[in-house]
Design a protein around this ligand. Structure first.
Ligand SMILES: Nc1ncnc2c1ncn2[C@@H]1O[C@H](COP(=O)(O)OP(=O)(O)O)[C@@H](O)[C@H]1O
Ligand SMILES: [Mg+2]
Length: 423
């Protein structure tokens, strides 16, 4: 099979590493890719926003299958355009990508199909939203409707904070993404991410993971794209997985199909495990980054036929097998992230991969033959262990061998699971 992978992050490096191990693979390209992905695929400097250029390249190279990693090209309809050109593509349609692209869309789906989620209302202007907040009281959650790069949500512990967040959204802090606002009830519990594939009809549960959004140890400081993750998430017991499939995932897949937007691709539910059970916080229509890195480490099966079955409506014919081991990834970021940071700082050394550990590239580039950091999140040091504690020890041992002066990381990735394992 000739495959083209779209994306350039740590998630795509993990996908590339896994796809490259498939005996079905004949030729492999990535656009735009990164220096880590270059170990597995030929990099192509395509402008991914130019769908016609992507299609032309795919035709020229007789690509059989395109795998789209990030959400932006999905929301922009790249999967639709590739499929219309007759190219099998992994990734949802623009219509189905609204599951991530519009919080209000997903909340309305939950309301229509009785999927457990916090009570909510949608607003297009500030005054009625504020009125609703005053009626409901704090804590309460204010969300920009659209894609806001992880910055559009305020969990307001006071009414004053909530009212300010409403003004911020409607004053344009998130551009078009904030033109509509969802106000929703605060849910109390432990969070987990639940990953699934769907071909529009069948859902296949993958695995669970927990991420760490805050920049600082002890979950302090501003939100980021994710500073680390581990899998499996201990809060997702098999009973909780079963309830999530029945109460949340299956009604979502059948509801999307009924509404004329069948979902094809990978998606993950952001869940809050409350006293009542699993409740939906949000959906994402792609692999999480850095959760994908730990999932790919744990996946025993060949990834390529699973992705292809998802894209071609034969998901009921495949299974995914997982290692029992835990996997944990530590994100090394540029000092200053998620605020301003220096670019093009040199990375002197990346330790070799071993059976138990591997460093994935995210925001790196080659400048004059030298490896430099170009992004906020730069490397993902990922390791296995018989439990999260062992995976954590191995991941930090490898992290300490990376030589990059301008890098930093959290030192406590996996702390909830490690505390449980000690107890
Ligand atoms: N209803 C809620 N109750 C409590 N916390 C919430 C709620 N909704 C969101 N959060 C918190 O805010 C974070 C971001 O919200 P989410 O809807 O996942 O938006 P995004 O990932 O697009 O920024 C969640 O991971 C969770 O910690
Ligand atoms: Mg989220």
């Amino acid at each position: 099979m000739k495959v083209l992978l779209i994306g350039s992050g740590g998630r795509e490096h993990a996908l590339a590493w896994k796809i490259a191990q498939s005996p079905l693979l004949e030729e492999f390209y990535a656009a735009p890719g990164n220096p880590g992905i270059a170990d597995h695929a030929t990099l192509v400097s395509l402008n991914v926003e130019d769908h016609a250029a992507v299609i032309a390249f795919a035709k020229e190279k007789a690509i059989d299958f395109v795998v789209i990693g990030p959400e932006a090209p999905l929301v922009a309809g790249l999967a639709d355009d590739l499929r219309a050109a007759g190219i099998a593509t992994f990734g949802p349609s623009k219509a189905a990508a609204q599951l991530e692209g519009s919080k209000g869309f997903t909340k309305d789906l939950c309301a229509r199909y009785d999927i457990p989620t916090g009570a909510y209302q949608r607003f297009k202007t500030a005054e009625p939203a504020k009125q609703y907040v005053r009626e409901q009281g704090a804590p309460i959650v204010i969300k920009a409707d659209g894609l806001a790069a992880g910055k559009g949500v305020t969990v307001a512990m006071t009414e004053t904070e909530a009212l300010a967040a409403i003004d911020e959204c409607f004053d344009g802090a998130f551009g078009a993404a904030g033109a509509e606002v969802v106000v929703e009830a605060f849910l109390d519990g432990e969070e987990a991410s639940f990953f699934c594939l769907s071909d529009g009809k069948t859902a296949l549960a993958l695995a669970t993971a927990q991420d760490h959004k805050r920049v600082g140890d002890g979950d302090t400081g501003p939100n980021t794209g994710g500073m680390g993750a581990y899998s499996p998430a201990p809060v997702m017991t098999s009973a909780m997985v079963e309830r999530t499939m029945k109460e949340i995932i299956e009604p979502t897949i059948s509801g999307m199909a009924k509404d004329g937007n069948p979902f094809s691709g990978v998606f993950f539910a952001g869940l809050m495990i409350t006293a009542k059970g699993p409740e939906l916080i949000e959906y994402n229509v792609r692999f999480g980054d850095p959760e994908c890195q730990v999932l790919m480490m744990r996946l025993k099966s060949d990834l390529l036929p699973i992705l292809y079955a998802t894209a071609t409506g034969t998901l009921d014919k495949v299974e995914a097998e997982w290692r029992d081991d835990a996997a944990l990834t530590v994100v090394l970021a540029s000092k200053g992230y998620p605020g301003a940071y220096d670019k093009n700082t040199p990375i002197a050394h990346i330790p070799d991969a071993s059976e138990e550990a591997k460093v994935f590239h995210a925001g790196t580039a080659l400048k004059d033959g030298r490896l430099v950091a170009t992004g906020g999140r730069v490397l993902n040091v990922t390791a296995f262990g018989k439990n999260v504690t062992e995976a954590q020890t191995r991941a930090y041992a490898l992290t300490d061998k990376v030589e990059w002066e301008n890098g930093f990381c959290r030192r406590d990735i996996g702390w909830q699971a490690v505390a449980r394992e000690k107890a």
